[in-house]
Ligand binder design. Structure first.
Ligand code: NAP
Length: 253
């Protein structure tokens, strides 16, 4: 798909990886709709994009809420035109072991609230935004692309029952939608990042970070731009659909 003048929606676009994607796709001429729950982050992100000469608008949304998502996509269509691209990037973590025990006694379990919050944002949010975007793409009669952000954790990761299950589900949605939507000229791909240098990793203890980095064949954390480049590849490559790009420095061999 030609990025120039295409309306691309990015959820969780107010900061982190979503913002890096906005700068890269916007630098190639896309018009951006940034969707996020954090209004301050959104405003800051949009002014930064404008300073770089990129056309962008902010849309306050909770991706886990159907009414909020429907409203946001209707607002995008009426202010910028129908979306041609969507990056389902918004995500949260609520890590805990499913069951933690000490001396044969259970001391803690993952709460159903934390299970549900992660499933709601990271899986239901992807479904809701993907559905609205696909409706607009089909009715506009033009080709479209959906990119879902999964994670290396989709293969299973200790302390992340909720997150791993949601991120595996995101890949299942990707292959399902690729099959369902190809007839309308819509391609669907996913990116599964490894450990990326963001605020999250910056707050980790140095010795833990060193150990982690030493286990990555490329011996460094990924940069947000590495992920943004993977998203742009899926958007632009017309023969790519139904597959996952694993961008993790070789960590998952
Ligand atoms: P981030 O810095 O936390 O950014 C995510 C953004 O999404 C935040 O602005 C967040 O707002 C927003 N958001 C949270 N819940 C939302 C909701 N219900 N509706 C709309 N927006 C919501 O995360 P990131 O590190 O850039 O990660 C982006 C994506 O990549 C996520 O899907 C994550 O799982 C995935 N990923 C990241 C890494 C990594 O190393 N960073 C690795 C693998 C996969 P608040 O700040 O207010 O919550």
């Amino acid at each position: 798909m030609e990025l120039k003048d295409s309306v691309i929606a990015i959820t969780g676009g107010g900061q982190g990886l979503g913002l890096a994607m906005a700068h890269l796709l916007g630098g190639r001429g896309a018009t951006l709709a940034l969707l996020d729950v954090d209004g301050d982050a959104l405003d800051k992100a949009v002014s930064g994009l404008h300073e770089s000469g990129i056309e962008a608008r902010a849309f306050l949304v909770d991706v886990a809420d159907e009414t909020s998502v429907k409203q946001a996509f209707a607002d995008i269509a009426s202010s910028l035109g129908p979306v041609r691209g969507l990056v389902n990037n918004a995500g949260i973590v609520r890590d805990a072991l499913m069951v933690k025990a000490k001396d044969g006694k259970v001391v803690k379990t993952m709460s159903v609230e934390h299970w549900q919050q992660v499933i709601d944002v990271n899986l239901t949010g992807v479904f809701l935004c993907g559905r609205e975007a696909a409706c607009q793409m089909i009715e506009s009669g033009k080709e479209g692309v959906i990119v879902n952000i999964s994670s290396i954790s989709r293969a299973g990761n200790m302390g992340q029952s909720n997150y791993a299950a949601a991120k595996a589900g995101v890949v299942a949605l990707t292959t399902t939608w690729a099959a369902e939507l190809a007839r309308y000229g819509i391609r669907v791909g996913a990116v599964a990042p490894g450990f990326i240098e963001t605020e999250m990793t910056a707050s980790m203890r140095e010795d833990i970070l060193d150990k982690l980095t030493n286990g990555i064949p490329l011996r460094r954390l990924g940069q947000p731009d590495d992920i943004a480049e993977s998203v742009a590849f899926i958007m632009e490559n017309r023969y790519f659909t139904g597959r996952v790009i694993e961008c993790d420095g070789g960590l998952r061999l």
